[in-house]
Design a protein. Structure first.
Length: 263
């Protein structure tokens, strides 16, 4: 299982239809690689999970953005396929959010773990929930926060998931509160504020803070900020290993320039 907080600014910034922050929380010992270029029908820019070889967030050279979080509505179910592999397959092979969403929908019930899948391009966006049933929601212009347990209409929270939901909901509400104060006149100023959100502890360092702290089983493996530009070569990728309250973001935007200039 994995837990995450995903904040999306969709069509909020001039020239940058998708801007996102993804704080990733995983079991201790989970290994990941920083953002890199993955080859395919379309080149992909994303971090990688070492065990699965998949990704939890990224975009491709056609401007398609994709991200995933868990959906902790029940005890783990037997699922052999990685959500991260599905995300990477989508990014390697599709250029539109609509086609990507259809592919994800077609794979529901084929052994993938429960999750919240987000696919966005400059025109359309979708939030697809794999749970006991499949739910597809359109994403419109605005701020959207996706956690590891989304209680949308049609989803019931069982008693064994109440604590998980309460923690996720605390992070979601705090994320919405902070995201609404991000300036939208310029991307550089916005990223400075988004970095502060990534390192936010709200009422203190804990399992319910966006910058996640757990002294036992879980840890925050990384934080990543992505801004997909309409002029793709201007896209931005900033990656922080571990907790951003303790570590700095490194700029990986150069991998996009390298890939596009080598075409």
């Amino acid at each position: 299982m994995s837990m995450c907080t995903l904040i999306i600014f969709y069509k909020m910034f001039h020239g940058y239809p998708v801007v996102a922050l993804h704080n990733r929380y995983e079991k201790r010992g989970t290994l990941e690689h920083p953002p890199t270029i993955m080859e395919g029908r379309f080149r992909v820019f994303c971090p990688l999970d070492v065990r699965s070889g998949g990704t939890w967030i990224g975009f491709n050279e056609r401007g398609l953005f994709a991200a995933v979080t868990d959906q902790h509505t029940a005890l783990p179910v037997k699922a052999e396929k990685s959500r991260g592999e599905l995300m990477l397959t989508v990014l390697r092979n599709f250029s539109s959010a609509e086609n990507a969403a259809n592919y994800i929908k077609d794979n529901f019930g084929r052994g993938y773990k429960r999750g919240n899948f987000v696919v966005l391009d400059s025109e359309k966006g979708y939030h697809i929930i794999y749970d006991e049933k499949l739910i597809v929601r359109s994403i419109e212009r605005g701020i959207h926060v996706i956690t590891n347990l989304m209680a949308v209409p049609g989803i019931e929270i069982p008693s064994e998931a109440i604590e998980t939901f309460e923690l996720a909901e605390a992070r979601r509400k705090r994320a919405v509160e902070l995201a609404e104060n991000v300036p939208i006149n310029g991307i550089e100023e916005a990223i400075l504020v988004i970095k502060k959100i990534a390192a936010d502890h709200g009422e203190g360092k804990s399992r319910k803070s966006i910058c996640y702290h757990d002294e036992v089983d879980w840890t925050m493996t990384s934080s990543i900020i992505i801004a997909v530009s309409k002029n793709l070569i201007n896209s931005k990728i900033l990656y922080c290993k571990g907790n951003p309250c303790e570590n700095s973001f490194q700029d990986y935007s150069y991998i996009v320039k390298e890939a596009l200039q080598s075409r």
